[in-house]
Write a protein that binds this ligand. Structure first.
Ligand SMILES: C[S@@+](CC[C@H](N)C(=O)[O-])C[C@H]1O[C@@H](n2cnc3c(N)ncnc32)[C@H](O)[C@@H]1O
Length: 261
C-alpha cells in the first residue's frame, strides 16, 4: 500500500501519535495496519519556484548560506532544492552556489546509505515533475539498469515498471553531504549568522506536542533574524505548529516557510 501526501494529510488515522524508530519508514497504526512514510521529488506541499526566488532574494547580501536539512530521507528533497536553486539562479549558477553543499541529515542509517550511493528511486510522478521543472532533466539525473534496494522502502519493494532507479549526476551529488544524525542533537551544534536555511519537513508532525515545541524552541534559540525555517504539511496534522512558530518569533513568508523576525 502506498499512501500519498494527500491521504496522509487529510486523514487523521489515529489519535495516538507515532514516533520514529531507527528505520522509520514503515510503522504500525493503532489498528495494526502498516503505514508508510515516503519522500518524493518536489513534494507538492512547497512552492519550489517561489521558495527558490525567495531564498535567492532573502540572502542576496550574504556571501555564504548554510543550508541544513533534517529528515533528508533518500535525497529527493535535497536534489529538489538544488535543482530549483540552479534553475532560478543567474550568472551561470553562481548565485546558487553559496547555498551548497547542503548538509543533509537523517536518523535512519539505511536511508542515509541509499542517499550516499548517488542512486535514487523515482516514480513516474517524480519524472513528470522533473520534466516540468527543468529544461532538460538529463542534466541532473540519468537512467540506469541498477536497482537500488532499500530495506522496508515502499518504493523500492514495489517492483513495478514505473519505478526507475536513476543516477544523480555530480551537479547534484557534489552539492550535498548526507550524514546520519538525530536532529534534536544536531540542532544544538548550529551556529547561525543570519544566513541559515533550516529545512525540517514532514517529520515534526510525528512527534508528541511537547517534543515539537522543544524543537521549535531550539530552532528559535539557534536561528538569528533573517534565517529561514521550512516545514511540511504533515507537521500540522495534530498540532498547530503555525501558532507555535509565531510564539517563538518566526514570521510566515509563504506556505510552510517561516523567517526569524
Ligand atoms: C516522512 S520522511 C520526510 C522526508 C522529507 N523531509 C520530505 O518531506 O519528503 C521523515 C524522515 O525523518 C527521518 N527522521 C525521523 N526522526 C528523525 C530524527 N530524530 N532526526 C533526523 N531524522 C529523522 C526519518 O528517518 C525519515 O527519513
Amino acid at each position: 500500500m502506498r499512501i500519498n501526501d494527500y491521504t496522509a494529510v487529510n486523514n487523521i488515522y489515529t489519535t495516538k501519535k507515532l514516533s520514529f524508530k531507527s528505520n522509520s519508514r514503515k510503522y504500525l497504526q493503532w489498528n495494526e495496519d502498516k503505514m508508510y512514510c515516503i519522500s518524493k521529488m518536489f513534494r507538492n506541499d512547497l512552492d519550489w519556484n517561489a521558495l527558490s526566488n525567495f531564498l535567492l532574494k532573502n540572502f542576496k547580501d550574504k556571501d555564504n548560506v548554510k543550508t541544513v536539512m533534517f529528515a533528508a530521507s533518500d535525497g529527493s528533497e535535497a536534489y529538489s532544492l538544488i535543482i530549483s536553486l540552479l534553475e532560478h539562479s543567474s550568472h551561470q549558477n553562481k548565485t546558487a552556489q553559496k547555498f551548497f553543499p547542503i548538509m543533509a541529515y537523517d536518523i535512519d542509517n539505511e536511508i542515509v546509505k541509499a542517499a550516499r550511493s548517488g542512486y535514487i528511486n523515482t516514480t513516474r510522478s517524480d519524472r513528470i515533475d522533473l520534466q516540468i521543472r527543468c529544461d532538460d532533466y538529463s542534466n541532473y539525473l540519468t537512467e540506469t539498469d541498477k536497482e537500488l534496494l532499500i530495506e522496508n522502502d515502499p518504493t523500492s519493494i514495489l517492483k513495478t515498471d514505473y519505478v526507475k532507479t536513476m543516477k544523480a549526476k555530480r551537479i547534484l551529488t557534489d552539492n550535498v553531504l548526507f550524514n546520519q544524525a538525530d536532529m534534536f542533537a544536531k540542532i544544538k551544534e548550529l551556529n547561525d549568522n543570519s544566513n541559515t536555511v533550516l529545512m525540517c519537513r514532514n517529520v515534526l508532525g510525528y512527534f508528541e506536542n511537547d517534543k515539537i515545541e522543544e524543537f521549535v524552541k531550539l530552532a528559535s534559540q539557534k536561528l538569528k533574524s533573517g534565517s529561514v525555517f521550512v516545514i511540511g504539511n504533515h507537521d500540522f496534522v495534530l498540532f498547530n505548529i503555525d501558532d507555535c512558530l509565531k510564539k517563538y518569533g518566526f514570521e510566515k513568508v509563504m506556505n510552510n516557510v517561516y523567517k526569524k523576525a
